[in-house]
Design a protein. Structure first.
Length: 295
């Protein structure tokens, strides 16, 4: 029993930095994973990945102006992410390119630009910290940012829930209901949702880095779809998987002395692989459902 305590509870009970990392990771699990469910249902999975890379130039500019100032880097990341999302929409509207193609081009350019700026201005350690994060290095200011973003995100998502569900599953009905007060301006719901995605990815870069933040948003969401058909169950499952991956990743990172961000995403990937095998929508149940030939 003592050994189990030392492995599972001891690190959080003994060290303040572990408790901060735990709270930050759980807050991201509650706020980011449900957004990933909506992104997958709306076939916008690439958007999360693109924005997570697109925030990097803004973070780099904030770093160049104010050093490792969390406020400056977060503000730059939000502006950069929203500009990338808006630019992709503008390109798809006024050219023959579809939005997914323009997003792919934008996030590659943004990633290259951000890495170049960070390489010229900072050290290799600064670059690695911003790209891959450090959950175990979250300070009081970073924790306040993550928890604040998570609180705003959950409340806003609850307020937008009805409109987002309609826009996801029945956009024709939403358009036909445009004369009604809450559905009059559909673009407001779309932009508000994109803003939630951006601020969650920006909050996640402190813990998981700009390259890894999207993992806690998308991997549990994709995995949850294999387990449930109902939206409410997918939202709960995605948050639960993200929380489990966060706790397991922090413990493994502590005991094995591995980078916390990639370890957390690796645990989320392991849960996804498990879901692919044994979930109702996974490989094994599908094989067992196939009719077996006799003789």
């Amino acid at each position: 029993m003592t050994d189990l305590w030392d492995v599972l509870i001891g690190p959080f009970a003994e060290f303040v930095f572990m408790r901060r990392a735990l709270v930050a990771t759980l807050a991201l699990a509650v706020s980011a994973a449900p957004l990933g469910v909506f992104l997958t249902l709306r076939r916008m999975s690439l958007l999360g990945d693109a924005i997570s890379h697109a925030v990097l130039p803004g973070v780099a500019i904030g770093f160049m102006v104010s050093g490792l100032s969390l406020t400056a880097m977060a503000l730059g990341g939000v502006v950069s992410g929203m500009l990338a999302a808006g630019l992709a929409g503008f390109i798809s509207r006024f050219t023959s390119l579809k939005e997914d193609a323009s997003l792919a081009a934008i996030y590659l350019v943004a990633l290259a630009l951000g890495v170049t700026m960070l390489s010229r201005q900072g050290t290799q350690l600064d670059l690695l910290h911003i790209l891959f994060g450090s959950a175990l290095g979250v300070d009081a200011q970073g924790l306040l940012l993550v928890v604040g973003v998570a609180s705003v995100s959950v409340i806003t998502l609850a307020a937008l829930y009805r409109a987002l569900v309609l826009e996801t599953f029945d956009p024709v009905f939403l358009a036909a209901s445009a004369a009604r007060g809450w559905a009059r301006r559909g673009w407001i719901w779309q932009q508000s949702f994109l803003m939630l995605v951006v601020i969650n990815l920006v909050a996640g870069f402190q813990t998981l880095g700009t390259l890894m933040a999207v993992g806690l948003m998308m991997l549990p969401a994709v995995s949850a779809r294999l387990w449930h058909e109902s939206l409410s169950a997918q939202l709960l499952n995605a948050s639960a998987q993200a929380a489990l991956a966060g706790v397991a990743g922090l413990l493994l990172s502590y005991h094995l002395d591995t980078p916390s961000g990639p370890t957390i995403i690796g645990c989320a990937g392991a849960l996804y692989a498990f879901s692919l095998l044994v979930s109702p929508g996974g490989w094994l149940p599908q094989v067992l459902k196939r009719p077996h030939r006799v003789g």
